[in-house]
Design a protein around this ligand. Sequence first.
Ligand SMILES: Nc1ncnc2c1ncn2[C@@H]1O[C@H](COP(=O)(O)OP(=O)(O)OP(=O)(O)O)[C@@H](O)[C@H]1O
Length: 262
Amino acid sequence: MASKPLLHVQGAGIQFGGLKAVSGINIEIHQGELIGLIGPNGAGKTTTFNLLTGVYVPTEGDIWFDGKRLNGLLPYQITRGGISRTFQNIRLFNELSVLDNVKVAYHSLAKHSILSSILRLPSYFKGEEEMEEKAIQFLKIFKLDHLRDEVAKNLPYGQQRRLEIARALAAGPKLLLLDEPAAGMNPQETAELMDLIAFIRKEFNLTILLIEHDMKLVMGICERIYVLDHGQLIADGEPDFIQNHPKVIEAYLGEEVESANA
Ligand SMILES: Nc1ncnc2c1ncn2[C@@H]1O[C@H](COP(=O)(O)OP(=O)(O)OP(=O)(O)O)[C@@H](O)[C@H]1O
């Protein structure tokens, strides 16, 4: 591909004490791609997301996004710069309503000034109204608008996962990172989620990187897949290539043997 990658990870990694959780990884993702990140338990997938979102600062290598070096930027700066994420263990504002959970994402990006919100000037209310309208649009896409006043913690698991994606999307990212979006979903919910991911990608001109253990989902929607094992990338390529890659098969067989012995 000739254009510059939107995300370029160059030899990045992080060490915790003596443990190299992720080491020397290279990733290139171009605008509009839908890419998978897979690997056995403990391979370093979530740590990679934490490096991309400023939760951890790399102890080696560089991370470039949209022409900017991310090393050392704080999570909120990275979100404003265009990367949003969801979490493996859903992180919602449990006591807030479904609608407010999405509106929270807007507040950090809101156009009205702090002064106008303190003084409750007309521009503040206009900003609030616009925010609410936009938030409801997102809830409609995720088929959650009828639940807008429900407290987030009362939603069933699958709907909580969808709400978390809606919130991430409301921040207006260029790159969306999804950490096991189908975890805990039944096959029907997973199939619907696959359609939804394909839809939002097109609708919002998104680039998506997703971690997922559900191989049907990964192989079904990702154009390319990166495979991590013990903190290192062992393969990357199209789904067919990855499925038949000896190192990938070995890594996953190793995981089966480990869990059988546990
Ligand atoms: N803050 C930390 N301090 C020490 N070790 C850590 C820290 N964060 C992650 N690790 C270690 O880094 C390794 C990779 O963990 P990570 O959670 O990234 O794996 P994963 O591929 O996402 O696994 P899973 O599929 O089980 O979620 C593990 O050995 C983990 O214990």
